[in-house]
Design a protein around this ligand. Structure first.
Ligand code: PEP
Length: 252
């Protein structure tokens, strides 16, 4: 049985004061799903410290370097994230692929570096609207995951989560239907299964793209949807708690 995972992606938002209030409300709530709060680098220690006493929640970064510590000005290494108390890291978010030129090869190298150091990567994949309309959704996702399968061993894959995030649904208010999400999640699980059946049953595949309190339960109730990666709606702590509680209900 896979434990449900809900990850907040704050993107480039937050301040020490607003984070403190968010964390105060969140840590007072009752959520039983596993939760990752993925904050900008400068707030990671604050988030990790606030979540340290909780049973299921931990801090996550939104990126890391594929390189070892050294002469990479402005980059952050896996070792440094661990030093801050971080447990999760998002890799290959579509904003990083499209705006910062991250190839699937780089994403796979980042995922491998994370997992080797004991961080749990949330590997994002997903097609654009144009690719979906051309019937290329599965081909795109297969190509995005192939270097990950080459870079990570089966037991390492089981420690990763894969986030299916259709690019056309991110921040647009346009959510994949539960059936569309389930279809792609099942296809991703079958790709995993061709690579390693053990990993296929253990790796969590979460959905991201305009998840909100009103649509979370139906999405998370799909058999291959193991939770969500939540962008905009995670900025409101009450919406995020409500989404986490939908994940709790879907798991029961
Ligand atoms: C995201 O940025 O990962 C995301 C899913 O954003 P949103 O929930 O705002 O669509």
């Amino acid at each position: 049985m896979r434990a449900t995972l809900v990850a907040a992606n704050w993107k480039m938002n937050g301040s020490f004061a607003s984070n403190r209030e968010w964390l105060r409300v969140f840590t007072a709530s009752t959520v039983s799903s596993e939760v990752a709060v993925c904050a900008p680098y400068v707030y990671l220690a604050q988030v990790a410290d606030a979540l340290r006493g909780t049973r299921h929640a931990s801090a996550g970064a939104q990126n890391l370097s594929a390189e070892a510590p050294g002469t990479a000005t402005g980059e952050i290494a896996a070792e440094m994230l661990l030093d801050c108390g971080v447990r999760w890291v998002i890799v290959g978010h579509s904003e990083r692929r499209s705006r910062y030129g991250e190839s699937s090869g780089i994403v796979a190298a980042k995922a491998a570096r994370a997992v080797v150091h004991g961080l749990k990567p949330i590997i994002c994949v997903g097609e654009t609207l144009h690719e979906r309309e051309q019937g290329r959704t599965l081909a795109v996702i297969t190509a995005q995951l192939a270097p990950v399968f080459d870079a990570c061993a089966a037991d390492e894959l089981a420690a990763c989560a894969i986030a299916y995030e259709p690019v056309w649904a991110i921040g647009t208010g346009q959510t994949a239907t539960p059936a569309q999400a389930q279809e792609v999640h099942a296809a991703i699980r079958s790709l995993l299964s061709r690579h390693d059946p053990g990993a296929a049953s253990q790796t969590r595949i979460v959905y991201g793209g305009s998840v909100k309190p009103s649509n979370a339960l139906e999405l998370f109730a799909q058999p291959d949807v193991d939770g969500g990666l939540i962008g905009g709606a995670s900025l409101s702590v009450t919406d995020f708690i409500s989404i986490c509680q939908s994940a709790d209900r879907a798991a029961n």
